[in-house]
Design a protein around this ligand. Sequence first.
Ligand code: NAD
Ligand code: DAU
Length: 352
Amino acid sequence: MTVLVTGGAGFIGSNFVLDWLAQSDELVVNVDKLTYAGNLGNLASLKGDARHIVVQGDIGDQAAVERLLAEHRPRAVINFAAESHVDRSIHGAGDFIQTNVVGTFHLLQAVLGYWRDTLQRDQEFRFLHVSTDEVYGSLGADDPAFSETTQYAPNSPYSASKAASDHLVRAWHHTYGLPVLTTNCSNNYGPLQFPEKLIPLMISNALEGKALPVYGDGRNVRDWLYVTDHCSAIRTVLERGRVGEVYNVGGNSEKQNIEVVKTLCAILDELVPAGRPHEKLVTYVTDRPGHDRRYAIDATKIERELGWTPSVAFADGIRKTVRWYLDNAEWVREVKSGEYRKWLDLNYQGRG
Ligand code: NAD
Ligand code: DAU
């Protein structure tokens, strides 16, 4: 049996592939465009493993995806591929529209053709679309958490592009019958996250003695989930989720940004004392335009229907994360320096 994963060299995708192959002997075909956020080094431990096939490719290249589907005949496609960073989407939305909207459209077309024309009618197949809680917009301090029926209200170019992709996935199910599943998850953290997102950026800056840029008043709230818990939720939905349904995934772990940053500083003070508290590096900076105030996920549906709950408490996950970044300083240096990009250009030029 085979599954096809898109975006499997990014943060969550590579954690998912590593986790999957630690528990299953199914073949994973990993299609990734290898943008700045995709890093084959994340999958170095799978080098030479015949269960993992990496293909540099774009989900928007419908013909290429069609060829891969025909060749490998996966029982499922799990779509992680996306442009994922809100700040980048504010500075330039083009790539977000191209990959998250147009790319998802082409991927759906390729998958629909494969499911309809190639697979036997009695063969089970799933298309699982990995999405975000940001599609629901922003909550006030006392609002109830996002449920699967909360109205979409995306506020950033990133979340608007993800909302559009969710709508396409829904439509391909209702119109064409494609057996889809969608997950909308809260903020992930853990190993292998590119140091542009809050937690790895703060760790990396703190270790270099640089300012820790906290947007606005630092009181925006996010619901944090350790990445392997997201991976287990996706596996659960893939195996037991009801076709056409949406499942919200969250960590029951709402924190203000400043609280997260102070926690990181306290762990760093303990593990790598720097002479003065790392918290002294906190610098309040101009807020992100359109900055959503609060996200919170009501994950009762996935718990009630599928029995999934998060297993890593924030206090443990954040400590493990800091340790990982301390132990993998070379990884951070490489992904930030662009050396890896040069290697990629030399080694992957023109490969389909
Ligand atoms: P990431 O930016 O770390 O990784 C994205 C991966 O997709 C990279 O490997 C990149 O090379 C690849 N990619 C980009 N464009 C592509 C294209 N056109 N074709 C093929 N591959 C392409 O992102 P992430 O944080 O791992 O997020 C993965 C998915 O999960 C995204 O869909 C994101 O919207 C969603 N999500 C993320 C979070 C989070 O907190 N990070 C939370 C909920 C949902
Ligand atoms: O909620 C799920 C989403 O979480 C995912 O869909 C996105 O792909 C992922 O990037 C993440 O989006 P956020 O915008 O919440 O993540 P980010 O790490 O960029 O920011 C987290 C919070 O920290 C947010 O309130 C902005 C703030 N922040 C971020 C950075 C990078 C700062 O205060 N300073 C910073 O330097």
